[in-house]
Design a protein around this ligand. Sequence first.
Ligand SMILES: Nc1nc2c(ncn2[C@@H]2O[C@H](COP(=O)(O)OP(=O)(O)O)[C@@H](O)[C@H]2O)c(=O)[nH]1
Ligand SMILES: [Mg+2]
Length: 598
Amino acid sequence: METLTARALTAQLADDLGWLEQHCRRQCDPGQAAGKLRLAAALVRNCIGPMLDEQPPTPLHVAVVGGAGAGKSTVANLLSGAVAAEANPQAGFTRHPIAYTTTNGPLPWTGRAGFLGPLQLLTQLCPSSLDEDVYQVRRIAADSSSFALLKDFIIWDCPDMTTWAASGYLPRLLEVAALADILVYVASDERYNDQAPTQFLQLLLQTGKPVVAVLMKMRESDAPALIAHFQQEVLAPLSHPPGGGVVATLAVPFLTAAQLADPARQAPRYRIPLLNQIAVLGTPAVAARRRTVLGALHFLVRHGEQLLSVAQHDLRVLQSWQAVVAVGQADFEQRYLREYLTSEKFRGFDEALHRLMELLELPGLGKFLSGALYILRTPYRLLKDVVAKTGRPETPSRPEQRILNDALDSWIDLLRKEAAQHASEHGLWAHVEAGFHDGGLAERIRERFQQNYRNFQTDLAIEVDRTARAIYEQLEKTPAVLNTLRGSKFALDAAAIGGTLAAGGINWHDFILVPLVASLTHQLVELLGKTVVDAQREQTRERQQTLMKQHLSVPLAEWLAQWPATGGSDFERLQRALRRIPTAIAQLETRVQAAMTS
Ligand SMILES: Nc1nc2c(ncn2[C@@H]2O[C@H](COP(=O)(O)OP(=O)(O)O)[C@@H](O)[C@H]2O)c(=O)[nH]1
Ligand SMILES: [Mg+2]
């Protein structure tokens, strides 16, 4: 396998995961499985890629996430110390991620290849309700206090965690959540145990990122009970890999309008514990970033198989297509056997029997004896010819090629019918149907078949000829055996004739008996010869079935079985992704480990 650069490898993996996510959204489950794929792709491009690219660890990224109206924008303002995020009572107001920074100069981290994947940087300030695949960076005045978090951190205000099915702003949220080194999970008093945000939290915890939970809008006196309840009811059932998890749960009771308007000065009681948590988690930055990257890597390694499981349904459909191909194949082979092979005579073997009998006649001087016996058998020969001629005329068998073509047609018909029947159920069937309908699939099948048919014919002719010839050639090559057989046959003839003559003394009826006995012994030997030849004939019949499978039905079935996954189809892309993803994850693991120890 070719060795890709780190950048190419992460781009390829993110691309494959992204393709799988889109495929998943198109096909089956637009929910959690697609979300998880998006998160995986985003971890590759936003955490692992930059690390392998030797990006500096700073600035660290803090993403504020949570359900609709929980108070995310309010918390973003608490963190930044400025009222820069539009807190808005309208649910789902923030539709794209917004970064807050005090930096006035260039922002090198935004320009890196693959940063935030498909999200484009907005060059002008826009309301956060703009529902597009964009992100914006808002620069705010530096906080002169000693709690100037924005010096080292970028704060991200994110779209709401609402439903898994949201295909627009949800992936944007996941993109930024993947980028984050620290997550701040916001839940409001009234809806702190909503199901969807809790499920998101559970997924995000799998990345090993540390989470600070912030409970909002309660009465101050209710805070301890609410925290206890939240920890017990919401957090306790959640799992997370070692090192991550919800490291603290803070309460920010209902703020006054004045506090909301100037959180840095009016709400330090709530702000400073929050900033402290972030500062501790982010110091030293190198260690924080290392944790992010390792968490991302472990996420991929642990969930790799499950990420691919979204293709299970597709693979089952592929298998059902392959099963239909196999049914067609079995019918095809049966028809060939039934309609052609069982009635095929293999005339070559009649010739072989003839040659065999000739061989058994005595050579040299013995020819005279054989000749005499031959003459003796004249009445028998004449009779045999008459019987052969008056016997039932053989019905000519149908030509092999016609039978094969008919069998192929019904194979094709079966495939066409099944594709039409299931076309509405899955893209694979629709693809096959389209192949038959306007892709000339039937013609292509016939072309392949004809090509293979020619090879089959050649091989078959060679095979039949070789087997038939082997019957007498073997004897010719072993004169000792041949002579014994010839001697035995002659001895048998002589004994029988001698016996007949001796039995009644030489008499007129010997003219009848002797030719009869000579014919009988010959018939006996011929019968033995025929047994040998017929055994070979049967073997050849089986061999021909095998050859037909080998040349015709098996290669065609294999080609058909894979056909939906060729020619640039979705299935080809899917199989490529399925093949490459595990390898790429394994390679990233090696590279990240190498990079961290160097
Ligand atoms: N008075 C008051 N309003 C709050 C508080 N926290 C949030 N809100 C209001 O609740 C609404 C939703 O808050 P916001 O931060 O926009 O939530 P988001 O949707 O999660 O970003 C806004 O109208 C906020 O002003 C608080 O502590 N006090
Ligand atoms: Mg908001």
